[in-house]
Structure formats: C-alpha cells, structure tokens
Design a protein. Structure first.
Length: 272
C-alpha cells in the first residue's frame, strides 16, 4: 500500500502522547499493582494498559498490521513475520518506573519484511521524543541528531544493564565483560535500567556505546533505527550482523563498537 513511513511515524508519535498522562499519573501515584514475570522481572498494570491502548489504536487505524508486544507475547515466542509489524514496549525500564527512578520510556517500531522502517522512543519524565524513518534521519524533539565522534575508550562512556540473569555463570560473565572494559581505562560505565533509552542516548551522542545480553526485540527495535539513521551501527557483540531475536546486541558509534567488541566475552550456553 502507499502509506508513507512519515504517516506511520506520526501515528506512533500521536499514540505516545495519548498514553503519556496515564504513565505520569501512575508514576507519581503511591498505589501500584506489580506482578512478577520472573524472580526479578516486573510488570505493572500500567504496562498492560498502555500496551493495550497502543495496540488498539494502531491496529484499528491500520488493520493489516501485526503486533509483537512485550506484554502480549506468549511463552517467549515472538512470532515475528515479514508482515508490517508494530514492535511495542509500553514501558521500557519497568523497574525504574516502579521505584520512581525517572528513566523509562515507551518504545514503538514498525518493521516490514523484518526490517525496522519507523522508530519512536518517548521518555515522559524528560519530555524527549526520538524519531526515525528509514532513509529519513534521526531526530530528538524535531532536531536532527547524530552519534558521537569519540574514537578511543579513554573518552568513551559505555552503557549496559544487569538484566535478569542471577545465575553464578551469568554474573561471572557480566563482571568479566565489565572488568575487560574497565581495564581499557574507559571514561565511565552507566547502568540506567532502560535499554531503549540508553540506545536512544547513543543515537544523540550522549553515550558512545551500549551492549547487553538478555534483551528482546521490543527493547531494541525502535532504538536500532534511531542509531543507524544517526550514523551509528547496531551489531551482534562479535561485530557481525545483528539478529534482533538473538537476545544480545552491541551498538554505538562505529569506532567505539569495534573497540568494545574486542573486549566482550562469549556467553556460555547463549544461543548464537
Ligand atoms: C528491560 C530494560 C532493562 C534491561 C532488560 C529489559 P523492561 O526492559 O530495558 O534495562 O536490562 O533487559 O528487558 O522489562 O523494563 O521493558
């Protein structure tokens, strides 16, 4: 059909504005209903209500589109096909949201033939809207953005997260990577608890690189097009082609990605 990327983008931006008041109201409220998806992995009634509203709005407007959503994915099976598919994380950074730590965001991507063609990340507390369309550049609140130009680890700030793996081998693996990077005299490391917002921060150059094992397509889809449209790269941690369903990612400005990739270990038992 002949709907432009720009029109899809506008629909996604509009829906983030529609859910914003509910997210902010519940963020400030003392009452919250929390469920555990895993030992340390949370979901709230806000995540569910926001996802429901986004799905309903976008599929009513574009009935031919499919959904890959964090809270509507069953049994860990993504079922991601070539059809036009909205990839939705209603609140990326749910732990932050629950603890009233102000970094979390709504992430909406549209993929076609499994390529992301539209991406929006909206952070309600900072009032930041990041947008990108394939071939159309990346923007923060309407201003064109680009990844950083830092070309050495001593001047680089790297972000990652501790995720949900609390196994001995998982912890050793995470600490091994941190140790390797710190031993390169990296300027600093950040763990903000929201992969999508950290990747959005890579796209506008305030973080030079991000990596994580354990992420899902909804954490990285929208942010990945922000980064590539801002001149950065989104790859597998081995610095080869990324597989968005492989639960691992490395991204940033190309030079820092190349340097960080050399420091990252292979995770024992992790699917390739
Ligand atoms: C999570 C956050 C967190 C990251 C996890 C994600 P959620 O998303 O991005 O920073 O460490 O891997 O699953 O569950 O808050 O939407």
């Amino acid at each position: 059909n002949n709907i432009s990327y720009q029109e899809f983008l506008q629909a996604a931006v509009d829906v983030t504005q529609e859910v914003s008041p509910l997210i902010l109201k519940n963020y400030h409220s003392r009452e919250r209903k929390i469920e555990y998806k895993g030992a340390v992995d949370l979901v709230t009634d806000t995540d569910k209500a926001v996802e429901e509203h986004i799905i309903k709005t976008l599929t009513t407007k574009y009935p031919f589109t499919k959904i890959l959503g964090e809270e509507s994915t069953k049994d860990g099976i993504y079922g991601w096909t070539d059809e036009p598919t909205w990839i939705i994380d209603p609140i990326d950074g749910t732990t932050n949201f629950v603890h009233r730590f102000p970094l979390f965001c709504v992430s909406i991507a549209l993929a076609y033939k499994k390529e992301v063609v539209v991406g929006v990340i909206y952070c309600p507390t900072l009032n930041e809207t990041f947008t990108a369309t394939l071939g159309g550049g990346a923007y923060l609140n309407g201003e064109k953005i680009s990844v950083s130009q830092v070309d050495n680890l001593q001047h680089a700030v790297i972000a990652t997260n501790v995720g949900y793996d609390r196994s001995k081998s998982g912890i050793d693996f995470m600490l091994g990577n941190l140790s390797n990077i710190l031993n390169q005299n990296v300027q600093s490391i950040r763990f903000s608890g929201t992969a999508a917002w950290e990747m959005a921060s890579v796209s506008c150059g305030r973080i030079d690189c991000f990596y994580e094992w354990g992420i899902h397509p909804w954490d990285i889809a929208a942010a990945s097009i922000l980064i590539t449209e801002a001149g950065g790269v989104v790859v597998d941690p081995t610095n080869t082609k990324v597989n968005m369903e492989s639960r691992k990612v490395l991204c940033g400005n190309p030079k820092i990605v190349e340097l960080v990739s050399k420091q990252l270990l292979e995770k024992p038992g992790h699917p390739k």
